[in-house]
Design a protein around this ligand. Structure first.
Ligand SMILES: Cc1cc2nc3c(=O)[nH]c(=O)nc-3n(C[C@H](O)[C@H](O)[C@H](O)COP(=O)(O)OP(=O)(O)OC[C@H]3O[C@@H](n4cnc5c(N)ncnc54)[C@H](O)[C@@H]3O)c2cc1C
Length: 292
């Protein structure tokens, strides 16, 4: 049996592990858009706040893939799914066939639809590459704009405000504001919103609804995430806010499963994004994928 898994994080790795534990013969291939080994995504801020190295967050090393005979293909994106011919199209125009497929592509931060949001150094903090983009922009930034309601913004403000770097915090979250005091280097912006991101190629300033313009060379948005199911949109797989699955993590198309942040169990009132949920769904999917 030929098993293909898209996504090499909590759900994908958990599925691959249980599949190999229970079936020594099937072939397992994992494809992932990211360019590095699987890491604890929920700990990425430790690299910014506590000086951790990315490699310290890896939860599976090369030995795991080698000793379990799992082929890991990094830096490739699934861009299409042909359910009839049972194959996934990758961004280099190659195809990978499968007998059973697991979609474990997680979620991505949804950048707001603001003019200029695609400029360099306008980032979210979801992937290790976002952390690296933050680190390199921050090293030379005179001002950093932090936007959103996540509590960790207060920690970022405290960590990166310095005599050379001014932090602007645009939030409605009173809990964030209550743990910070406004200083010359940490400034709060209330009752306003970014309407335009200005700059040639990279962000140089933001324009607010109030008409004020602030210089900034790094703009961090936090907040809304959305499941990554773009590559299956033209397939018959049933989707609403996520890929719809039953209690076995099976999608509406036989032989195709989904687990983790990308999946939504039918009739689940609301779904939250969680590492543990992704791991346990990956496990359930894996067990069911190798059943006849
Ligand atoms: C900053 C932060 C803090 C968090 N804190 C917590 C916490 O405290 N507790 C908690 O439970 N959870 C937390 N989470 C959420 C948790 O990390 C996620 O719920 C978990 O990572 C979901 O795992 P997953 O395997 O479903 O997907 P993901 O971890 O999102 O991994 C999906 C992988 O698939 C890849 N991929 C996507 N699309 C494609 C494609 N088309 N082709 C190939 N590869 C693709 C992605 O690049 C990614 O590597 C946090 C997340 C973040 C970002």
């Amino acid at each position: 049996m030929n098993i293909l898994i898209i996504g090499s994080s909590a759900a994908g790795i958990s599925a691959a592990s249980v599949i190999r534990e229970q079936n020594k013969d099937c072939s397992i291939t994992i494809v992932c858009e990211e360019d590095r080994l699987s890491y604890y995504r929920y700990r990425i801020l430790e690299c910014l706040l506590d000086g951790k190295k990315c490699s310290e967050l890896y939860f599976k090393n090369n030995d795991f893939f080698k000793s379990n005979n799992i082929e890991l293909i990094l830096n490739k994106v699934a861009v299409g799914l042909d359910t009839r011919r049972k194959r996934v199209k990758l961004n280099d125009d190659t195809y990978l066939g499968f007998d059973k497929l697991l979609i474990a592509t997680g979620a991505s931060f949804k950048l707001p639809e603001i003019k200029g949001a695609n400029k360099k150094n306008v980032i979210s903090l979801r992937k290790m590459s976002d952390v690296e983009a933050f680190q390199s922009a921050q090293a030379i930034a005179k001002s950093i704009f932090l936007v959103g309601e996540e509590l960790f913004l207060s920690k970022l403000a405290l960590r990166f405000a310095s005599p050379d770097t001014e932090i602007f915090l645009l939030t409605k979250n009173s809990e964030i504001l209550s743990v910070l005091s406004e200083t010359e280097k940490i400034r709060f912006i209330n009752d306003d919103a970014i309407v335009e991101i200005i700059g040639e190629g990279e962000v140089q300033a933001v324009k607010l609804a109030s008409g004020k313009v602030f210089a900034c060379s790094l703009l961090v948005f936090t907040g809304l995430c959305e499941p990554n199911f773009k590559f299956v949109k033209d397939s018959p797989i049933e989707i609403d806010e996520g890929i719809l699955v039953d209690e076995f993590m099976a999608t509406s198309v036989p032989g195709i499963f989904a687990a983790g942040d990308v999946a939504r169990i039918k009739n689940e009132p609301s779904f939250n994004f969680s590492w543990q949920r992704a791991e346990s769904q990956g496990h359930i999917a894996g067990v069911n994928m190798i059943k006849e």
